[in-house]
Structure formats: structure tokens, C-alpha cells
Ligand binder design. Structure first.
Ligand code: ATP
Length: 366
């Protein structure tokens, strides 16, 4: 019942042909984006890729140079920030230090002369599980608790879309991981549309239903986290979301839906449906955890012979760096299941199921 008190349901967000230029510099280029109501959506990318600018245009803090923005079917492009059904939570929580936690959350509602301001603020604090700290001052809270106050303050304004600009950026790693789970839980509970900006791929992958990877003002790829990880379509996405083991090769044939790719004299099999490009020069990749490492050769394709040049134990897995002649370094993980582990200097055989290969265009850099 408290959910009804606190928020309204989310709305679709639609960006159409959005560009943003600062003088001659294009920060965001021709973005088309539909985020269905209730989605936890992450804009992920390196510093300077244009994700904050995109968020600021949705918030109404920055006017697009071209294109339109609509929320819940209403064109808001010309509306000022305070008339849009959105609220933003920034990295700096900007809580008023002299006010109690409860007063901080009620502030915006009181300013709008909402008679139920205090009751709504209390419900908001319950939602983020901070009702017991309502009378404290912000300085008497931990970073994670302050972050939740900022979230409650945004939610009680009943936005249809909640914008989060690196909201966990100021927290240490452990608290950050914990808050990621809590934020996701709250989003599921209130069913709002969340647009979350981050440069942390693990954060985006853990929380979001859909991730858009941005690079140089454009979206390179968009989809559910698992799909982006397992089937990246560009080298940038492959590398940004983990170790990708990219190899350059040439398609030599196709049979039974599998492309044969010659990689420096060795045959790598690649499902045609997992290849961006199906002939000529291509780039093939495989995630490190899909590769098995063995000291004994097996028969068949998708096999590379190399020499272990580095072994590092990470706690649950062992990570091997293997130098493969004419191809370069390949990284692989192995669960230690009691087999004779490979050591630095050993000759080893790397293999993986063809279905785990992915194929990129030949002009990608490896
Ligand atoms: P970060 O993670 O570092 O915040 P970001 O992906 O959010 O990066 P933006 O803040 O959107 O990136 O900036 C995108 C590009 O636009 C950057 O190159 C930035 O320098 C430029 N930029 C942003 N705001 C302005 C401005 N007001 N005037 C000129 N250039 C700007």
C-alpha cells in the first residue's frame, strides 16, 4: 500500500533523432531510443561518451540541438525541467545539512504546498528502509544511507521516470555493491522507469534490464546484459564488457550453419548467426571462461596450442595468459577441479565449443 502513497507507475521514454552539439563538437549524435515503462535502463560508457549529456537532455537541463523527447506519449522537448515528470538523483546527494532526514525528503512537497508532505515523506523513508533515522541530520548518516535519503526525496515527487547520474559513484566498493542490489529491489517494487548512467560495466550488468553501450556520442549496442556480454557486435562493446580474446581471420567456407575461419593456419568454427560479417576478413572472439585449458591435445577444430606465460589465482578461479604463435595472448579461466594445473612455461591446448565463438566485422581493431 505504501507504494501507491509514494510513486506513480513509470512511463515510456522515447528519444527520437536526438543530437547535442557544443559549438562544433558533437557530444551526442542522432540517438533513437525507446525505453518501455518500468524498465531499469542503463546508459553505460567511458568518460566523455555523452551519457550525462543524454541524461541532462531528458531531465530538461540541456536543450537538444535536434530531435524530440517524449515521456508517456507526451512531447516534453519544449518543457522546462520542473514541468517534466522526471526527477534526478545525482552523485553528490545535495542534502540540506541543517534539516533532518525527514525534512529533507519532505522539502520539495512542502514547497509545492502539498498538505500530505510529511505523511508522504514518511512513506518514502519506509520505502528505502530509513524510517528509524527520520530525525537524524544528514551528517549523522553513512554514505549509503545519505544516498537512500536522496532516492526517497526523488521518489516522493512522483516522477514517471527517475534519472540516476552515477548515484553510487561516491561510495566505496563494498557499499556500492550492496546499494546496487537495494536500488534494483526498490525499482522492482515501485515499477518506475529508471535511467541509470554509469561507467562501471559490472554495475550496469548487475542492475539493468537493458543496457545501452555508448561510445563517442552514439549507442554502439543495446540489449539485455547477458546478450551484450555473450554476443557483442563491435570490438568496443566486446572489450568494454570484459576480456574478449579477439583474433583476426578469413572465412574459408560454411557448412551446417557454421562458418570456418582460418586464423593464422588454424580453423576456428563460428555459428553464422553469431557473425556480424559472414565472408572475407573477419574478427573472431571468445570469452575467457568458455575456453578449457588442457595439457593434453584433443582432436578437432577450435583448438589452439600455446605456452602459458602467466598464472594468477583469483580466489575462485585461476587465470591463465597463454601466448599463441602468430595470434598473440589468449586469456582463459579455469575452475580448479583438482586436475594437474598448468604452470608458467607449460605447453597447453586451448579449446571451446563453436557455439561460444562470436564474429565481428573485419575492420575492427583487435
Ligand atoms: P563522464 O562519465 O566523464 O561524466 P559522460 O559520458 O557523461 O562522461 P558528457 O558529460 O555527456 O560525458 O560529455 C560528453 C562530451 O561533451 C565530453 O567530451 C564533454 O567534454 C563535452 N561537453 C559536455 N558538456 C559540455 C559543455 N557545456 N560545453 C562543451 N562541451 C561539453
Amino acid at each position: 500500500e505504501r507504494t501507491e502513497d509514494t510513486v506513480t507507475a513509470g512511463a515510456d521514454l522515447y528519444l527520437s533523432g536526438i543530437s547535442k552539439r557544443f559549438a562544433s563538437f558533437t557530444a551526442v549524435e542522432d540517438l533513437d531510443l525507446l525505453v518501455p515503462s518500468g524498465t531499469f535502463f542503463a546508459l553505460l560508457g567511458p568518460s566523455g561518451c555523452g551519457k550525462s549529456t543524454t541524461l541532462r537532455m531528458i531531465a530538461g537541463l540541456e536543450a537538444p540541438s535536434e530531435g524530440s523527447i517524449s515521456i508517456g506519449g507526451q512531447d516534453v522537448t519544449a518543457l522546462p525541467s520542473h514541468r517534466r515528470p522526471v526527477n534526478t538523483v545525482f552523485q553528490s546527494y545535495a542534502l540540506f545539512p541543517h534539516m533532518s532526514v525527514l525534512e529533507n525528503v519532505a522539502f520539495g512537497l512542502k514547497r509545492k504546498k502539498d498538505k500530505q508532505a510529511m505523511a508522504k515523506a514518511k512513506a518514502g523513508l519506509e520505502l528505502v528502509e530509513l524510517a528509524h533515522l527520520a530525525n537524524r541530520k544528514p551528517a549523522q548518516l553513512s554514505g549509503g544511507q545519505q544516498q537512500r535519503v536522496a532516492l526517497a526525496r526523488a521518489l516522493v515527487n512522483r516522477p514517471q521516470v527517475l534519472l540516476l547520474d552515477e548515484p553510487l559513484g561516491a561510495l566505496d566498493m563494498k557499499l556500492r555493491r550492496q546499494m546496487q542490489l537495494e536500488l534494483k529491489k526498490i525499482q522492482t517494487e515501485v515499477g518506475l522507469t529508471f535511467i541509470h548512467v554509469t561507467h562501471d560495466q559490472e554495475e550496469a550488468m548487475t542492475m539493468a534490464d537493458v543496457v545501452a553501450v555508448m561510445n563517442g556520442g552514439r549507442i554502439e549496442q543495446m540489449g539485455p546484459p547477458r546478450e551484450l556480454y555473450e554476443l557483442p557486435r563491435t570490438a568496443f562493446v566486446a572489450n568494454f564488457l570484459g576480456k574478449s580474446n579477439l583474433m583476426r581471420g578469413t572465412v574459408t567456407g560454411e557448412s551446417g550453419g557454421l562458418l570456418s575461419v582460418d586464423v593464422s593456419g588454424r580453423t576456428i568454427l563460428l555459428p553464422a548467426e553469431r557473425a556480424v560479417q559472414k565472408s572475407g576478413e573477419v574478427v573472431v572472439g571468445v570469452r575467457p571462461e568458455k575456453i578449457t585449458i588442457d595439457r593434453v591435445a584433443a582432436a578437432g577444430e577450435n583448438q589452439l596450442t600455446g605456452k602459458v606465460i602467466d598464472v594468477s589465482f583469483t580466489g575462485t578461479t585461476t587465470e591463465y595468459l597463454v601466448e599463441v604463435e602468430q595470434i598473440g595472448l589468449i586469456g582463459t579461466f579455469s575452475q580448479n577441479r583438482g586436475q594437474q594445473p598448468a604452470q608458467e612455461g607449460d605447453t597447453v591446448y586451448l579449446a571451446w565449443d563453436a557455439e561460444h565463438s562470436f564474429g565481428l566485422a573485419g575492420d575492427e581493431s583487435v
